[in-house]
Design a protein around this ligand. Structure first.
Ligand SMILES: Cc1cc2nc3c(=O)[nH]c(=O)nc-3n(C[C@H](O)[C@H](O)[C@H](O)COP(=O)(O)OP(=O)(O)OC[C@H]3O[C@@H](n4cnc5c(N)ncnc54)[C@H](O)[C@@H]3O)c2cc1C
Length: 365
């Protein structure tokens, strides 16, 4: 499905960020790879990849891509996979149409890569659950209507749907990071926040599995949108190499430049192959752990290298504040951290190859 994003509201403050996601919802963009039964298009992950590549190429907005992916993999898909019938009916229509915006809150000040260090807690009360804790670096927190928050209930990691208007929860608007700047980000403060019983998502103790599923999907597919930006980068430098002249010849005649462009092309195509491999595995209902780690690791490092190469090819023109190429360097650095850093992806890959202690192969599990 091809979308025309020409009418999307302009970038700006957090309200603009919200309007931009909502606009995508109105275009029916948030419904890919969601079955018709749940109100989606009923199409494949391959269709999702094509649609997201189009978004990236037309909008050139990594922040919007990050926000949409947090909304999709952090909220819509967990509700679809783990929600009760009532929860799906209640939450999915507004999330799929973009009327409601969501995300997921896992990270805490003392727990980033190490999920065993999470300390947020949930306790049972006669009126529901009481949540206590502090979440950090949460994409969409300043604009979200609801967030899926992970906290320990009886020491078992569990997911809860928390609404902005719930009492004693604060979705703050702080900690802006340099990369993906148009995505809003903030802390979430839970100060004995009481939520009703029907807001527990999935079983008690299913939190770790839910986080794994959500992160694997995000790692697999967030680079669909970002590869759309990389396609634009490639076309821009090819065009520049044809028009810019040095020593009386086109810049691209210089092998040092043309080889960089060839490498950018190869990186882009390799990411597309990895994206399609993830889509293929998903369609066949196969596990994504290894493929998603490899996709995320390769694509984030490739995005950074191609962003650096694009600036080098354009010279100081590439560093002009008005040149979008600048932003992509920071966006790419952020992409090496969100949804699990490059180091963590290497740990996952190495562990699945059987390195180190504690490895159990499929038969042993
Ligand atoms: C743009 C952006 C958006 C984000 N959005 C969200 C969100 O919506 N929800 C959410 O919950 N979180 C979000 N995060 C947080 C993100 O998930 C964490 O930043 C990430 O998990 C890394 O944790 P950390 O920053 O605390 O680094 P740390 O865990 O402190 O790690 C510091 C460094 O040490 C390395 N390291 C850590 N452990 C190991 C290890 N075992 N082996 C090798 N190296 C290791 C890391 O790779 C990193 O380089 C976002 C982050 C960014 C940048």
């Amino acid at each position: 499905m091809n979308y025309d994003f020409s009418q999307i509201p302009a970038q700006g403050d957090k309200y603009a960020s919200r309007l931009r996601i909502r606009h995508c919802g109105r275009l029916q963009f948030l419904k890919h790879a969601v079955s018709v039964e749940f109100g989606g298009h009923g199409d494949s992950f391959e269709d999702l990849i094509i649609a997201h590549q189009g978004l990236g190429k037309q909008c050139l907005d990594s922040g919007l891509i990050l926000s949409i992916n947090a909304h999709l993999w952090g909220a819509i898909f967990p509700i679809m996979s783990f929600g009760s019938i009532q929860q799906r009916q209640r939450w999915l229509p507004a999330l799929l149409s973009g009327e409601m915006i969501a995300g997921q809150a896992i990270t805490e000040p003392q727990a980033g890569s190490d999920m065993n260090a999470l300390t947020a807690t949930a306790t049972v009360s006669d009126k529901g659950f009481i949540l206590k804790g502090h979440k950090r670096f949460i994409t969409n927190a300043p604009i979200a209507d609801t967030l899926i928050i992970y906290a320990k209930l009886d020491n078992k990691l569990t997911a809860f749907l928390v609404k902005r208007e719930d009492k004693k929860v604060f979705f703050t608007d702080n900690n802006p990071v340099k990369g993906c700047a148009t995505a809003t980000m903030g802390d979430v403060l839970l100060e004995n926040c009481l939520i009703p019983t029907d807001r527990k998502l999935g079983k008690v103790g299913a939190g770790a599995l839910m986080i794994q599923n959500a992160l694997e999907l995000e790692r697999s597919f967030i680079f669909a949108g970002l590869s759309g930006i990389m396609e634009w980068q490639l076309e821009t430098v090819i065009n520049y190499s044809r028009t810019r002249k040095v020593n009386g010849a086109h810049l691209g005649k210089n092998q040092a430049i043309s080889h960089k462009i060839a490498e950018m092309k190869l990186r882009l195509e390799t990411i597309t192959l990895w994206l399609n491999e993830c889509a293929r595995l998903k369609i066949k209902n196969k596990r994504l752990t290894l493929a998603s780690a490899q996709t995320k690791l390769y694509a984030s490092e490739a995005f950074l290298q191609s962003s650096l190469d694009a600036i080098q090819i354009m010279g100081t023109m590439g560093l002009l504040e008005t040149n979008k190429m600048n932003d992509f360097v920071h966006d790419a650095i952020a992409s090496r951290l969100f949804a699990g850093s490059s180091e963590i992806q290497k740990n996952i890959i190495a562990k699945l190859l059987g390195t180190g202690e504690g490895y159990k192969n499929e038969e042993e599990k």
